[in-house]
Design a protein around this ligand. Structure first.
Ligand code: MEV
Length: 329
């Protein structure tokens, strides 16, 4: 039973966007991944729809890439329903009006679904005075991510909840994560193919390949583990050149896993040609994003401009900084 239910939230509640620096797909099978919350986020406000039982209306004002919101609408409906169920929210008397916004541009790979369900969980927390801890917000968002992802590792909702740079692993159905101390601020360029991929479908394809060819998968998995072990050290010591090389290696492993695509490969090559220290696909793949690392902010801005002007596969190009800090775990 909820004690103090408000008519509407009094402020914006947020969930961060993210980029996976190392380990998409391998993380689903228990490998360690490295993920960075970025400094853009989704916001959520909620008001109660008096006497509109079981109605959950969503006004989605996020500045998404074309087609994204429509394509994800059904998954979003399921995801929101799962969050409401997880938090035992009763809409049988009054419905809810959920308003999403904020600066994060939803596109495949940027953790938009996770930032949606994190911001929703936080807003419900205020509306129904649930007194959720950060960990409980993260668990609620994980429940929602099952609507978007099928079998999520939990890396996206963890990054969307806490921000900053995180080492993440799924072990015995639990999320194990810690902060990674960065030796240097990361200046990154994120390029979108503009193609929205279904995480559920791509993750299921990898599962099928793994089941059909277990030793092939084990070999790639071992190569990935060696890559992320080194990446951790390089990030901690601030050896950006080595981080870049390892991002390139991770991209090749994603290609072998069949989750890259010609557009992602072309953008990664372009970023390297224009001087990025390394570039890889990030997130689900088969569309979505490339993340490229620059030596510093000036280099980042120069490379972003060149990619924007000369790489036709890059439909959107964003610049971010990943700081050593972040909220406390
Ligand atoms: C999606 O952002 C990352 C994947 O590894 C899926 C997951 O970890 O749940 C593809």
């Amino acid at each position: 039973m909820h004690v103090a239910v408000k008519d509407k939230t009094t402020r914006h509640h947020i969930g961060y966007g993210k980029v996976i620096l190392f380990g998409e797909h391998f993380v689903v099978y228990g490998a360690e991944s490295i993920v960075a919350g970025i400094n853009e986020y989704t916001t959520c406000e909620i008001s109660r729809l008096k006497h509109k039982p079981n109605v959950v209306e969503v006004i989605d004002e996020r500045p998404a890439v074309p087609g994204y919101i429509k394509e994800k609408r059904e998954e979003q409906r399921v995801a929101h329903g799962l969050v409401l169920r997880h938090l035992n929210i009763d809409t049988s008397k009054d419905g809810l009006l959920v308003k999403l916004g904020g600066p994060l541009v939803p596109s495949s790979g940027i953790g938009a679904s996770a930032s949606d369900v994190v911001s929703l969980s936080r807003a419900l927390n205020e509306l129904y005075s649930l007194n959720l801890s950060e960990e409980a917000v993260n668990r609620s968002a994980y429940a929602g991510e099952c609507g978007y992802h099928g079998t999520p590792s939990g890396v996206d909702n963890t990054a969307a909840t806490y921000g900053g740079i995180i080492l993440f692993r799924r072990a015995l159905k639990k999320s194990v994560f810690s902060r990674l101390a960065l030796g240097k601020t990361l200046s990154i360029i994120v390029c979108s193919t503009g193609i929205t991929a279904s995480t559920t479908k791509v993750v299921a394809d990898v599962a099928r390949l793994k089941a059909a060819q277990p030793s092939w998968f084990d070999d790639l998995f071992e190569q990935y583990n060696a890559c992320v072990r080194e990446a951790k050290k390089a990030l901690q010591s601030g050896n950006l050149r080595r981080v870049g090389e390892l991002m390139n290696i991770n991209h090749t492993l994603c290609q072998k896993l069949t989750v890259s695509c010609p557009e992602l490969d072309a953008i990664a090559t372009c970023c390297r040609t224009f001087g990025a220290l390394g570039a890889k696909m990030s997130g689900t793949g088969r569309g979505g994003l490339v993340v490229a690392l620059a030596a510093n902010t000036q280099e980042r801005d120069r490379i972003a401009k060149a990619v924007r002007e000369q790489c036709k596969e890059a439909k959107f190009v964003w610049r971010y900084s990943v700081q050593p800090g972040g909220s406390k775990l």
